[in-house]
Design a binder for this molecule. Structure first.
Ligand SMILES: Cc1cc2nc3c(=O)[nH]c(=O)nc-3n(C[C@H](O)[C@H](O)[C@H](O)COP(=O)(O)OP(=O)(O)OC[C@H]3O[C@@H](n4cnc5c(N)ncnc54)[C@H](O)[C@@H]3O)c2cc1C
Ligand code: FES
Length: 276
């Protein structure tokens, strides 16, 4: 591990491997020993030459010092990143932000789409003594063809006590039908958990936090907000008084319950507050 690397200095990396996860999501892998070892919940700023810079979570890899970016193509910038090929260059700076507080026991992870990326790292970094941990993963997507990371979750949880990986599709084409929060409600009727961790669309996380708080279960959410600088200068990522890039991305459920913007309002690229 490099000892003195400045996180604010951009480093140029070369894409070495590309894996198609679904028709709209792919993971680009590159070597960078710092990003390969970020904590679960931390993010990096990724410069796509000539296009833009985007905040991205960092996907785990089985290869030493290899980091991944699991990108869904949406607008111009993410599509440009998605379209990069082996041999193309990106600039990376970071890691930034805090991380999930890892607990042991009966753990529930709830991810929607690319929100699963920090949760895969959370599994990897959880207590390796799997005899004490029982992990359930709820993975939400719209359809069967948009389900990803099921195999890697299964592989990582082979030695966990009674692991459960539950895909949930909105159209019911695979796994449980509906939203992950519908399945969460059912699970909470019959089970209790020591901790719940979530990352994905904010409306989903808002409901997860509400349900967990009602049951008195420790819950943390990793927020994805509009970010430009990534280092607490521009203010574009604020939720009430907090900056997601500097004070998050991970916030506790008790704090989020009091936040008047979380789950209700987001900021546009020009900073205007809009209803979600
Ligand atoms: C901490 C953090 C980590 C992130 N990690 C990832 C990641 O691992 N993988 C990944 O693909 N993206 C991730 N994102 C989102 C990413 O940074 C971009 O916001 C997203 O890729 C869209 O950028 P764009 O400029 O292409 O789209 P835009 O031109 O900004 O938007 C295009 C369309 O996509 C919608 N959109 C924009 N952002 C999101 C979003 N986050 N969720 C759902 N819809 C959205 C817009 O409403 C619009 O309809 C992360 C964001 C943050 C803050
Ligand atoms: S992205 Fe600029 S303050 Fe958070």
């Amino acid at each position: 591990m490099e000892e003195q690397r400045d996180p604010n200095h951009p480093y140029i990396c070369t894409i070495e491997r590309v894996v198609d996860e679904t028709p709209t999501v792919r993971t680009l892998y590159f070597h960078d020993e710092v990003l390969a070892n970020v904590k679960p919940g931390q993010f990096a700023m990724i410069w796509i030459p000539g296009v833009n810079e985007l905040p991205m979570s960092v996907m785990i890899s089985e290869k030493k010092d290899e980091a991944g970016l699991t990108v869904r193509k949406r607008g111009e910038s993410s599509t440009a990143l998605y379209n990069l090929k082996i041999g193309d260059k990106i600039g990376v700076r970071g890691p930034y932000g805090n991380s999930f507080e890892i607990t042991n026991g009966k753990i529930l992870l709830i991810g929607g789409g690319t929100g699963l990326v920090p949760l895969m790292r959370l599994i990897k970094y959880s207590n390796p003594d799997w005899t004490t941990n029982q992990i359930t993963v709820l993975m939400g997507s719209k359809t069967k063809e948009e389900v990803f990371f099921e195999d890697i979750s299964n592989k990582m949880l082979t030695h966990s006590q009674n692991p459960q990986i539950i895909p949930v599709t909105e159209d019911g084409s695979y796994g449980e039908k509906g939203y992950v929060t519908d399945v969460l409600e059912k699970l909470l009727e019959e089970n209790t958990y020591d901790a719940i961790y979530t990352c994905g669309p904010e409306l989903m996380m808002h409901k997860v936090v509400k349900l967990a708080n009602e049951k008195g279960i420790f819950v943390q959410a990793s927020l994805e907000r509009m970010m430009k600088c990534g280092v607490g200068i521009c203010g574009s990522c604020c939720v009430n008084e907090d900056l997601v890039c500097r004070d998050g991305t991970v916030f506790d459920g008790q704090y989020l319950a009091k936040n008047t913007e979380f789950g209700h309002f987001e900021r546009t690229k020009s900073g205007i507050l809009e209803k979600i």
